[in-house]
Design a protein around this ligand. Structure first.
Ligand SMILES: C[S@@+](CC[C@H](N)C(=O)[O-])C[C@H]1O[C@@H](n2cnc3c(N)ncnc32)[C@H](O)[C@@H]1O
Length: 360
């Protein structure tokens, strides 16, 4: 979809799925963080906030953040909660202010909740906008949902270095593939260097994984210990990547729970971009073949405990920890895998490849 030029536009299935995921994640993030960071306060930063609604929906990232921030289980901790929205388009910024006022009137907002809407560019304003609300005193969740090629690396680095902070970045490889030869400088701003231009010399099949791996590496280099990524594909075959960077494994689990609960969003399929052979799957009809292949590959390298297999699935694949036990059970039934030792708990149980699989 070309970037809309009007004030409002129609919400597409990608955006609907992103909203579902964001709502699920924030429904965990706000209560957990407001309990844990009562001293410092917490900040939700929306760097590409949009107008606050769509022609066909009242849902939007700012509205979702507001809804989640005013729930009793968040406000009961009396933690300073700041919501900071930045929007480049003046009319959209004004519309957002009005839409938030209409739905969540300032007079009814809980004490301790600060809401600010700024008109300007995310890259120019983020530092000061977050400072204005004392946001750099505590954790920041930054939703960086631009058109897919506009989140400056500098912002990601800044958030990564802020303790207990996280980013969710929308990334579209098509843009970088199209403009690698031109003078367009957005790529340098997004990756922090010009290596992305090598995409130009690659075959069509190599381009997407190359860009995806380069951006993933950039998030690790920014100081995030964990980077979750997946590709969302709609009915028309249009795709976008979401990158979630965090330093907390519980956050990875919560985010994945959100992803696996993105149901009811028609025609939305997911793919783990790290596995080039994996077909996109509907989250309602998942394909566990790639998980089983990965477990066999890991066991081909050495024996692993159940806990190690679960951690690998959590951090290195699109699957959840809870998917691992049934996958191992299937492999045991098929006699591809066997138990090497029982261990004191199920987590400590060690698995190895069955002799017949080792010979293959
Ligand atoms: C994908 S939309 C955001 C949708 C919104 N996050 C939501 O979920 O409802 C991207 C928005 O970013 C704005 N935008 C584009 N470049 C920007 C920039 N450099 N800084 C701030 N906003 C920008 C656009 O005007 C547009 O409203």
């Amino acid at each position: 979809m070309a970037a809309p030029t009007g004030l409002l536009w129609e919400r597409d299935p990608h955006t609907e799925a992103k909203h579902t995921l964001l709502r699920r994640y924030l429904s965990a993030w706000f209560p957990i963080m407001s309990k844990q960071f009562r001293e410092t306060g917490i900040t939700f930063f929306d760097g590409f906030a949009g107008p606050g609604e769509y022609t066909n929906s009242k849902e939007s990232s700012p509205a979702i953040a507001m809804e989640q921030a005013i729930r009793d289980e968040v406000t009961s901790w009396r933690t300073q909660t700041r919501l900071v929205f930045v929007e480049k388009n003046r009319k959209r910024a004004e519309h957002l202010k009005q839409a938030l006022e209409t739905r969540f009137s300032a007079t009814t907002r809980p004490a301790g909740l600060t809401v600010k809407v700024y008109h300007g560019k995310c890259g120019d304003l983020y530092e000061q906008a977050i400072a204005d609300v004392d946001g750099w005193n505590g954790p920041v969740f930054a939703n960086l949902d631009g058109w897919g090629a506009d989140t400056h690396y500098e912002i990601v680095q800044r958030i990564a270095q802020q303790p207990s902070s996280e980013v969710l970045v929308t990334f579209k490889d098509q843009f970088f593939i199209r403009f690698a030869e031109g003078k367009e400088k957005s790529g340098e701003l997004v990756f922090g260097h010009s290596d992305w231009r090598s995409v130009n010399q690659l075959s069509t099949a190599e381009k997407k994984p190359f860009l995806f791996n380069l951006y993933r590496k950039a998030l690790y280099e920014a100081s995030f210990n964990y980077v979750l990524t997946f590709e969302m594909i709609d009915e028309g075959g249009q795709s976008l990547h979401l990158f979630f960077g965090t330093n907390n494994t519980v956050a990875v689990e919560k985010f994945k729970d959100g992803l696996w609960e993105v149901d009811g969003v028609s025609g939305q399929r997911f793919r783990d971009p790290r596995d080039p052979n994996q077909m996109a799957f509907d989250i309602l009809k998942p394909d566990f073949g790639p998980l089983e292949s990965r477990i066999l590959k890991l066991l081909g390298e050495r024996d692993h405990t159940m806990a190690e297999l679960c951690n690998d699935a959590l951090l290195e694949t699109i699957y959840k920890k809870a998917h691992v036990k049934p996958a191992v059970d299937r492999l045991l039934t098929q006699e591809k895998v066997e138990k090497a030792s029982t261990g004191r708990s199920y987590d400590e149980r060690v698995f190895r490849l069955a002799a017949q699989t080792r010979l293959l």
